[in-house]
Design a protein around this ligand. Structure first.
Ligand code: CA
Length: 245
């Protein structure tokens, strides 16, 4: 049983906390839980969990302070549990290094999918080098050549469009906020940046063949940012396959 993932749940609402615990245990995860920030921090340091589910509204302190403490010494994935109205909280949490968020009330299937995704992503701890190729369900990025293919057909992109996709692909499954992407691509933020990003993203989605109601390579998290979806588990190859187009 020692190979089970250990998950720390920090949640002050007892009914939600025990629901999450039951759900995780039913899925064969090991669970430790805290109902405030102080105990959450203590358990984090003493147990070194593989993943943290973190409520932001805690009785003794803001959950963000736990997140900051975790990020000072590890990349342990953190999924924030937030109420529907807290859009700025979600952005704030993501910008402080949270991997993802789940909005309450959430379905068990959704929560478990996010947990699996975050654990998988953290296993791919090494950043792909410039020569590596990202592959997800027919979607290939040749970082060395700065080219993108879908089902072996090259997608013609501008430099900025390529940079945005490459940036998202380095964090598969993770929501990147508008300001995180803008900082990465343009290095600064002004009042027109979000609009500029959205225009680029609209073009990207068109070029990637995005269709409403269909599962797409890049998902728009309204008012928050974008996420590159994992359809299959992406593979990071050390170098391009020999028969690469
Ligand atoms: Ca709470």
């Amino acid at each position: 049983m020692s190979n089970r993932y250990k998950i720390l749940v920090v949640e002050d609402e007892n009914n939600i906390g025990s629901l999450i615990r039951a759900l995780l245990e039913a899925n064969n995860y090991q669970v430790i839980s805290a109902s405030d920030c102080t105990n959450g921090k203590m358990l984090y340091h003493s147990h070194r969990p593989d993943l943290i589910l973190l409520d932001l509204g805690l009785p003794d302190a803001d959950g963000i302070s736990l997140l900051q403490e975790v990020r000072r010494d590890s990349f342990t994935p953190v999924i924030v549990l937030s109420a529907r109205t807290d859009e700025t909280d979600k952005v704030d949490a993501l910008d402080h290094g949270a991997n993802d968020y789940v909005t309450k009330p959430f379905s068990s299937a959704e929560l478990m999918a996010r947990v699996r995704c975050a654990l998988r992503t953290s296993m791919q701890h090494s950043r792909p080098g410039e020569d590596s190729v990202f592959i997800s369900d027919g979607f290939v990025i040749d970082y060395g050549a700065r080219r993108i293919f879908i089902d072996n057909t090259e997608i013609k992109l501008t430099q900025t469009e390529y940079n945005i996709i490459a940036c998202l692909s380095r964090h598969p499954g993770k929501v990147l906020t508008y300001s995180a992407i803008i900082k990465e691509i343009w290095g600064y933020k002004d009042c027109g940046s979000v609009k500029k990003l959205q225009v680029n993203m609209a073009n990207i989605r068109k070029k990637l063949g995005a269709k409403p109601g269909k599962k797409n390579y890049i998902e728009n998290e309204l008012g928050i940012g974008y996420r590159m979806c994992e359809r299959n588990e992406p593979l990071h190859y050390p170098s391009a396959p020999a028969d690469h187009p």
